[in-house]
Write a protein that binds this ligand. Structure first.
Ligand code: HEC
Ligand code: HEC
Ligand code: HEC
Length: 113
């Protein structure tokens, strides 16, 4: 095989491995938000389940990353005051883009342990 052929093969291998690696499964899965689990327990609500896929198919990544949410599980310091003031989930869950943050159980829905 000549040099050009070798290079083409190499590039093809790299491209293939990138396709196979794919996006991280966390992008598709539900993300559990439980940094504030102690306060949530006290308030009698469960941990939060964020349905990432449900949101991703409706919005571009840019709608949330990284203006609203830092792209790393657990890296966002979220609480209800901020949400009620229109930050984080409250950017959309404000009664306009999406329902208001009054329906606690819709977000605080974690049923695992
Ligand atoms: C409606 C808002 C929203 C949209 C749209 C969105 N994300 Fe996210 N994403 C989040 C939230 C919330 C988290 C969890 C952050 C946390 O745990 O603090 C997250 C987490 C992530 C993570 C980290 C997961 C991990 O386990 O570390 C990745 C990667 C990611 N998003 C990629 C994407 C990509 C790619 C798109 C577009 C195709 C996208 N997101 C669209 C809100 C969104
Ligand atoms: C970029 C806007 C946006 C942001 C930010 C956002 N949401 Fe949503 N969310 C929506 C919209 C739009 C819907 C659909 C509302 C409807 O059906 O009326 C929705 C629906 C949901 C649902 C219901 C899903 C279903 O299966 O019906 C849950 C749960 C939810 N959001 C949780 C969250 C949580 C938790 C956060 C913050 C971590 C968040 N959302 C941030 C726009 C957003
Ligand atoms: C739109 C989604 C959403 C709704 C609706 C919602 N929450 Fe939350 N809540 C969150 C998120 C996200 C966090 C941060 C979780 C974390 O990072 O640990 C949170 C955190 C909390 C916390 C711990 C932090 C703090 O502010 O003290 C309490 C307590 C809480 N929520 C109570 C409630 C109650 C009570 C309701 C109903 C009136 C409610 N939440 C409705 C998404 C929501």
């Amino acid at each position: 095989m000549n040099k050009k052929g070798l290079l083409t093969l190499l590039l093809a291998c790299i491209a293939w491995s990138m396709v196979m690696a794919g996006p991280s499964s966390a992008e598709y899965a539900d993300i559990v938000l439980d940094n504030k689990i102690e306060s949530m327990k006290k308030a009698g609500v469960k941990a939060v389940v964020f349905p990432h896929w449900f949101h991703r198919i409706r919005f571009k990544c840019k709608a949330c990353h990284e203006d609203i949410f830092i792209l790393r599980a657990g890296a966002n310091d979220i609480n209800m005051t901020k949400i009620m003031e229109g930050e984080f989930c409250g950017r959309c869950h404000n009664g306009m883009t999406a329902w208001e943050p009054l329906y606690c159980d819709r977000c605080h829905s974690y049923t695992g342990k």
